[in-house]
Ligand binder design. Sequence first.
Ligand code: GDP
Length: 339
Amino acid sequence: MNGRSQYLPGEGRVVALCGGVGGAKLAVGLQHVLGERLSVVVNVADDFEHLGLHISPDLDTVLYTLAGLSDPVRGWGRSDETWNFMEALKQIGGETWFLLGDRDVAMHVERTRRRSSGESLTAIASDIARRLGVRSVVLPVTNDKLSTMVDSSEGELEFQRYFVGRRCEPVVKQIWFNGARNARLSEEVLASFDAEDLRLIILCPSNPYLSIDPILAVPGMAEKLRATSVPVVAISPIIDGQAIKGPTRKIMDELGLEPSNAEIARHYAGLLDGLVIDSADAAGSADLGVDVHPAPTLMTDLQSKITLAEHALAFGESLRAKHERRSRPPSKGAHHDDT
Ligand code: GDP
């Protein structure tokens, strides 16, 4: 595929819902094509207070990645990182289960300071994105507290205790999002969906259960996807029955779900118009209940991120022509629990 104007002739905007690493990779490709016409709506349910600091893992992954500052090997945090803070903390008996690089600490200290002086997570993210040279708009889904909780073989665990502290080892029985009932979509997120020139909504290939579901759990978000007149396209995080990284596959197994594109399509049923699946899975994808677009979905370098972004955008344009307006059936909503 070549030529951006081929499928985005106007100045249309794209909104992408995104978790951490997998989603941020696609966001890089989308930013390359769309620049400031991209708004990335980011999961904040992994956020937590640690060492007195407000830490936003997915938001920072997206900011660092879009700024070209992320560590390509670790997949989180900044490249060119040093670890003096962690070493000094360990020496005096501090908590070291959650790693914070020296440069990364600056982000958490500054965010915490600005939040205590009354600024919203959105305002802080927007200012920091600008200072880091990010061209796209980066929006936390909500400014309110939202916390992923995991009911596991070791009892109820806060997300980072499960994910980092216990390295995803406990068996997952259920996932829910504390605070979801009262969380509100930020004004900026609402505006991004209401933009007159919105052309496409993309669900990035992030963990559906841990990264996209908490975004969908904020009241009004699923309704926005159902009611929008523009196509909604997801990129499957599953290739040949496997997740590229992280616990997606393990969680699917533990929840009794088949790690397949059919299950991803079922999970997002009622919200999607199309699913981009890997070319390797093209055979046997005939009856997923949504339009399917096979493409190379493994993102290993900048070019593969751009290529996948172009596929998603071109697919969106083809669906746009097909469904000028739609009304979707209600989604099953089975995983969008609240307490
Ligand atoms: P996390 O915050 O580290 O869990 O990162 P995400 O929420 O973005 O989720 C990781 C998910 O991204 C996993 O389900 C992976 O299968 C998926 N993923 C990572 N890299 C790729 C890739 O290159 N292509 C596709 N299709 N999925 C990917």
